[in-house]
Design a protein around this ligand. Sequence first.
Ligand code: MFK
Length: 558
Amino acid sequence: MAFIQAPPELGNQYTDDRVLRSYLARTLEAGVLAEIEPELHAMGKLAGGDLYRMQLADRASEPVLTQWDAWGNRIDRIDVSPLWRRAERIAAEQGLVAAAYERKHGQFSRVHQFALVYLFTPSADLYSCPLAMTDGAASALIASENGKLIDRALPHLTARDLAEFWTSGQWMTEASGGSDVGLTETLAREERGKWRLYGRKWFTSAISSQMALTLARPAGNPPGGKGLALFYLETRTARGRPNRIIVNRLKDKLGTRKVPTAELTLDGTAAELVCGTADGVKNIAPMLNVTRTWNSVTAVALMRRGLALARDFARKRVAFGAPLAEKPLHLDTLAGLQAEFEAAFHLTFLVVELLGRAEAGRASTEQAELLRLLTPVTKLTTGKQVVAVLSEVIEAFGGAGYVEDTGLPLLLRDAQVLPIWEGTTNVLALDAMRVAGSNDAQTALKREIGFILQGLQEPDLVRISARIEQTLEQAQAWLRQTAAAGEGRGEAGARRFALTLGRAAGLALLARHAQWALDEEQDARALAATRRFAAHGINLLADMNADDARTLARDELR
Ligand code: MFK
């Protein structure tokens, strides 16, 4: 009988996740944890069982666009995969958006919501994309204080009943500007008392949604982001016909292939102003900050899934006389990935906590500034980590990792979108640098990290904490130096600056958790992860100054 390799398997994804469980035990009051734990157990079981099996079986199905019906009517119907249909029901019923708005657990409602999302996401083929935009739309509508639209849409966006549940699109990207949204060409005209949009949207994710928030330039407005207005639209008319929206085609993408991503023409689409006829970029920002948080949660969730599979496989795969799980070099490789994941996890869930605090009216001014800074920093840091980690995860399976019907290549392809959409690494680095330079957010970060590090007692953690403080000092000095050097001087170093903040903050949070796990759980695994993460390097600004970066790169690329 020829040898057959046993495939990797998953258990209950909540029960098996030491990092999530330990974090929740530290962060939540015992009563809150006891209340939400049954949901987490159920979601962990589903994600490691039924839904995961369905994901593997459903691997090849992709969304289909039907542009015409048999009688020549333009219908532009999108049929999504069976898994996506199931995911929609689970998302509504389990309140994956609603939990944040029901606010049953006060400032910890976001922790509750995102713990569920984190468990659900890796088995749901990026159904987190429409959910992220739905959550973001709810947040932007609330921030707009537009009572009429809030009354109309919010009950749908936060419904737990599938029949009532809506998802939202976020239509920003045009051919002229993906990052530079101010170049948007779509025009808005007021015709007989109704706004109508004319233009082409180039990258509209999850086009199967019932509504969207989008940007357009009211006729006569000046160029740039300030001249845009934020619009609300519903994708179908009351009679179920397309709202003068033509779906030109679905994109043929490297990954996220279950997400129907379309090129659209808006040909007189009826829309409503959300809040005034200008400042569209500013008014859509609350949506971006929420979707960027979903991006970070998705990144840590995919890292965790890759590691769960790789660790199970290591126990089953025998090579050179022993399972991989007994090979020091293989274990060393996996432990390095685990350290990246743990730091990313704690960084992401700090942003989640801060968001929950802010929404519950419990954030100080300093914490609100920290949230504004850490949202892009965490998105860009975890976006880089997830691609690197999953590339190694694929390698940990050898050739099997490169074969489509193991379901493994999908992980890496889907992860590759995370540093791109919702703001590329460089665009977010520039945003982070501007935020850090224009208010006291970086001081808030330093103070918060200083506070976190105060409780460390284990000698290795104390040594690591000195390095973190030194790194943050250096980042601050670098920022002062670039500011003094004049407009644009620091641009070349922005990515190094933002990644330094992200990695230093991740390390500090991991160190805090490691001390807690030692004290309360007598568990040294987080300590081991902290030591490793510290050794991976956190300071990308060492030996750099503002001028170096600019001149060197220019010379190198000549
Ligand atoms: C799996 C989970 C995630 C799944 C969801 C994915 C599906 C969706 C797919 C997509 O839609 S991908 C497209 C996403 N596109 C982007 O993320 C755009 C990236 N580009 C940027 O973020 C640029 O920095 C930006 C467009 C904001 C630059 O435009 P502008 O016109 O130069 O704006 P500017 O001057 O930077 O900001 C205008 C105002 O907004 C300023 O306020 P003031 O007018 O008071 O000065 C900014 O401070 C404010 N602002 C900008 N970004 C903000 C913000 N405020 C709060 N938070 C922010 N993030």
